[in-house]
Design a protein around this ligand. Structure first.
Ligand SMILES: *Cc1c(COP(=O)(O)O)cnc(C)c1O
Length: 469
C-alpha cells in the first residue's frame, strides 16, 4: 500500500485514494469556514508565492500536502467572490454540493455528450434541461444545452438566431440590444461571423429599459437601407442596473417584424422561481431562446450557464454537423446527443453539478434563498432612500440597488472606495445615464441580513468622504 508521500503512481490504491481525498476535503472545509471573516480583497502576493506558482512541473513526484498548501495560499489572493460581503459582482457562491458533483463527474468520467456513452447519465442531464424549459413555460419541443457560462449561451443563441433567420447570407444581418446589454453579445456577433456593424445599440427610456419605440424606428431604418434585421435581445436583469426590459412589448414587436427574440436572463432568470421575481419577468415565456447562469442565480461554482430554445430543432440545426464516425451513435433510446446542440463534442458531465444540488436541497431551498435576496435588496433600498445625503433613483426590480451620494461623480467614487476599504463588503460602480452610480447587489447564498446591515452602516458612514479621509 503506497502512502501519498511515497510517490504517486498514476493509479493509486484504495487507501491512497481515501487519504488524498480526505486531505483535499480538510483543506476545502477550512477554506469555506474562513470565508465569513476573510478580507474582501487581498492582492498582496509575496515574492515566494509568485515564484512558486510560476514553476513548471517536476520530473519526479511532488508532495500533496505541500501542493495543497500552495493552492490554499494562492486561493487567498484576489477578490473574495464567494463570501457574504460580496455585494458588487454577481454570484460565485459555489455550493459545496455542486463541487462534490464536479468531483463525482470527473471521477466517474463517463461519456455523456453522445447518449449511448452513458444513457442514464445523459437522461439526468436532460432532466435538468427540461426542468429549465418548464421553469420558463416553453413548449414540449423546447431543448437546451448547459454551457460554461452566460457568454457561451449568448453565443449559441446568436448562432441559432442567425441560422434560423439569415441562412447563408450574413453580411446584411442586423440585430438589436439595449445600451445596458451585456458585452458578451458584441463578442457573440464577432464570433458568429457577423459584420462589425451588425450590432445596433438602442437607447433606454428614463426607467433604464429598452426603448421599444426607438427599437421599432431602428428596425425600420435598417430595412429601408436594405439590411436584414433578424434578432432582438432583451435583458432580464441587466448587469449594470438589474432592470428587466419590457418583455411583452419586445415579444409583440419581434412577432410583428418576424425577428428572433432572445432574452439574456443570465443574472435575473432564476428569480422566476419566486413569486415576486416572476412579476418583472412576465412575458419571458414568449422568447425564442433564453440564457440563464446557474453559476449566478443557483449559486453554483463558476463554469455553468445554460441556453434554452423554444424549438429545439432550431438549436440542433444551427450546431449539428454529421460525422461518419458518429453514425452509429446518432440516437440512442430517444435521448438527445448533447454534442449536436452546441459547439462542443467531448466535455465534462455538466448536468450533475446542477442535478445533485437540486435533488439534494430541493427547489424550495433555492426559492427561499432567492426570496431572501429580494427582501434584503428591498430593505437596503428603503434604508438608503430614507437617509439624508443619499438618493435611490430607481426602486430595485430584482436584487440590485442603485444609489448615489449627493455630490459629484468623484465624491461618489471616494465614498465607494471608503466603503470597500473596510474589506468587509465590496460594492461596485456603474455608469448610468452618464453618471457614476453605486451598486449594491445581493446574490450570494452566504449573504444574510447581518452583512447587508453592516454594509448599510458603512455606506451611511461614508457620506461626505473627502480625499483626506
Ligand atoms: C454575467 C452576465 C453575462 C455573462 O455571463 P458569463 O457567465 O460571465 O459568461 C451575460 N449577460 C448578463 C446579463 C450577465 O449578467
Amino acid at each position: 500500500m503506497g502512502k501519498p508521500t511515497d510517490g504517486f503512481p498514476l493509479e493509486p490504491d484504495r487507501a491512497a485514494m481515501q487519504q488524498m481525498g480526505s486531505m483535499v476535503l480538510d483543506m476545502v472545509s477550512d477554506h469555506i469556514a474562513q470565508l465569513t471573516d476573510g478580507p474582501m480583497a487581498d492582492l498582496d502576493e509575496p515574492a515566494a508565492l509568485k515564484a512558486q506558482t510560476a514553476q513548471p512541473p517536476p520530473a519526479g513526484p511532488g508532495n500533496l500536502g505541500t501542493l495543497l498548501a500552495l493552492i490554499e495560499q494562492s486561493a487567498a489572493k484576489g477578490l473574495q467572490i464567494a463570501g457574504p460581503g460580496q455585494l458588487g459582482y454577481f454570484g460565485g457562491g459555489g455550493l459545496y454540493t455542486s463541487a462534490l458533483a464536479d468531483f463525482l463527474g470527473s471521477a466517474l468520467n463517463r461519456y455523456v455528450p453522445m447518449a449511448v456513452g452513458a444513457p442514464a447519465l445523459a437522461r439526468i442531464e436532460l432532466s435538468v434541461v427540461r426542468w429549465l424549459c418548464r421553469l420558463f413555460e416553453l413548449p414540449p419541443e423546447a431543448m437546451g444545452i448547459l454551457t460554461t457560462g452566460g457568454s457561451m449561451a449568448n453565443f449559441s443563441a446568436v448562432v441559432t438566431a442567425r441560422a434560423a433567420k439569415l441562412g447563408q447570407e450574413l453580411q446584411s444581418g442586423t440585430f438589436y440590444v439595449s445600451e445596458y446589454a451585456h458585452h458578451s453579445l458584441r463578442k457573440a456577433a464577432l464570433l458568429a461571423g457577423l459584420p462589425d456593424d451588425a450590432l445596433r445599440t438602442v437607447p433606454c427610456t428614463a426607467d433604464l429599459r429598452f426603448d421599444v419605440d426607438a427599437l421599432r424606428q431602428a428596425i425600420a431604418r435598417d430595412r429601408a437601407r436594405g439590411r436584414r434585421p433578424f434578432l432582438i435581445v432583451g435583458t432580464a436583469g441587466t448587469t449594470e442596473t438589474g432592470t428587466v426590459d419590457p418583455l411583452p412589448k419586445l415579444a409583440r414587436l419581434a412577432k410583428e417584424e418576424d425577428l428572433w427574440l432572445h432574452v439574456d436572463a443570465a443574472y435575473g432568470g432564476f428569480f422566476q422561481l419566486t413569486e415576486r421575481g416572476r412579476r418583472p419577468l412576465d412575458g419571458i415565456h414568449h422568447a425564442d431562446s433564453i440564457t440563464v447562469d446557474p453559476h449566478k442565480g443557483l449559486f453554483l461554482p463558476f463554469g455553468c450557464g445554460a441556453l434554452v430554445v423554444r424549438d429545439g430543432r432550431q438549436l440542433r440545426a444551427a450546431h449539428h454537423i454529421g460525422a461518419t464516425y458518429l453514425d452509429d451513435v446518432e440516437r440512442y433510446d430517444g435521448l438527445p446527443n448533447f454534442a449536436e446542440y452546441g459547439p462542443e463534442l467531448t466535455r465534462d458531465f455538466r448536468g450533475l453539478r446542477m442535478w445533485l444540488p437540486l435533488h439534494l436541497h430541493g427547489t424550495d431551498a433555492f426559492r427561499s434563498a432567492l426570496d431572501e435576496k429580494l427582501d434584503l435588496a428591498r430593505h437596503a433600498a428603503a434604508v438608503l432612500a430614507a437617509s439624508d445625503g443619499i438618493e435611490v433613483p430607481w426602486a430595485p426590480e430584482l436584487a440590485v440597488v442603485l444609489f448615489r451620494y449627493a455630490g459629484s461623480d468623484a465624491d461618489n467614487q471616494r465614498s465607494l472606495e471608503r466603503v470597500n476599504a473596510s474589506n468587509r463588503v465590496f460594492l461596485a460602480r456603474s455608469q448610468v445615464q452618464g453618471r457614476t452610480t453605486l451598486r449594491l447587489s445581493v446574490l450570494g447564498h452566504r449573504t444574510h441580513f447581518d452583512r447587508v446591515d453592516e454594509a448599510l452602516q458603512l455606506i451611511l458612514g461614508a457620506r461626505g468622504a473627502t480625499r483626506a479621509a
